[in-house]
Ligand binder design. Structure first.
Ligand SMILES: Nc1nc2c(ncn2[C@@H]2O[C@H](COP(=O)(O)OP(=O)(O)O)[C@@H](O)[C@H]2O)c(=O)[nH]1
Ligand SMILES: [Mg+2]
Length: 273
């Protein structure tokens, strides 16, 4: 989505389940508006947070005019067979984007395209490379051709549906996904307590929630070094994102088993009120 919209909206890391929400990236031109809606990857939920994540993905199936199913050269259609069956039943046009073709060769790719085409006979299969921007223009062209006539859904100056605070917590979470192992990134939620914009500086204070006391220690690290690295890197990205100086304070708190708590998930914006 970032490549299609031309802005860095959705955080991206090498780890699975980086995206937890449904995030809109809006592409405005003189004669049209495309609202891209990035969703979490599809998975079988193991805990309540993942149930909410799957709900976000399913909701896109009910209101999109075009479905872009993004897979890559490593995945095969059997991985998400339940979801693909739902995709099969779509009335709207489906484009299957096989991403990361920079990592494969022509023969393997041809075979993979055939596999997908068999699985989804009505879909259009498009090999792309987001990294090399290969075929991304073609995807945009197809989307334009397939879009129905409609007045714009959003103000033409708007480029996302999420508020500034959301991007702050996502950028901090991205650094946590990058710098910590195993369960840590998945046990973390970031809440922005204060976001105060002044003329030259934005003052931000954020709380990093973890599920257990032991995780708190890991996040902070020896002499606070680990957390300091996260905060420094996040601040650098935030300054780029907002184009202003950033003052960033971070705190770490334990919120026991928040991923399994209905109430906390609502608090953190994963479920409707
Ligand atoms: N080689 C290669 N890697 C890519 C390409 N597009 C994305 N990636 C990498 O794939 C990883 C997952 O990307 P992300 O956007 O988080 O995928 P998501 O899990 O589907 O949301 C990141 O490390 C990206 O840098 C591509 O075209 N080629
Ligand atoms: Mg993602």
């Amino acid at each position: 989505m970032n490549v299609l919209v031309g802005e860095r909206i959705s955080i991206a890391t090498f780890k699975a389940q980086t995206t937890r929400h449904r995030i809109m990236g809006i592409c405005n031109t003189d004669d049209m508006q495309i609202v891209f809606s990035d969703t979490p990857g599809v998975l079988k939920p193991n805990y309540k947070l993942q149930e909410s994540m799957l709900n976000f993905s399913n909701s896109a199936l009910t209101d999109a005019d075009i479905l872009l199913y993004v897979t890559d050269v490593i995945e095969t259609p059997d991985k998400n067979s339940d979801f693909i069956e739902k995709v099969c039943r779509q009335i709207v046009p489906v484009l299957v984007l096989i991403n990361k073709i920079d990592l494969t060769n022509q023969d393997k790719l041809t075979e993979l395209v055939e596999t997908w085409q068999k699985q989804l006979p009505l879909a259009e299969i498009i090999p792309i490379s987001a990294t090399n921007k290969f075929n991304v223009d073609y995807v945009l062209k197809r989307v334009k051709e397939l879009l129905p006539d409609s007045p714009p859904y959003f103000d033409k100056s708007q480029w996302t549906d999420k508020p500034a605070r959301f991007f702050v917590s996502e950028i901090i979470r991205e650094k946590i996904l990058l710098y910590y192992d195993k369960e840590i990134p998945y046990s973390v939620e970031v809440m922005v307590e204060q976001f105060k914009e002044e003329t030259k500086i934005i003052r931000i204070s954020a709380i990093i929630y973890v599920e257990r006391e032991s995780q708190r220690g890991i996040i902070i690290g020896k002499e606070g070094k680990a957390l300091k690295k996260v905060a420094t890197e996040a601040r650098r990205d935030l300054e780029r994102f907002f184009g202003k100086s950033i003052y960033l304070e971070t705190f770490v708190k334990v919120d026991k088993d928040w991923r399994s708590s209905e109430k906390e998930l609502r608090n953190f914006g994963y479920q409707p009120d």
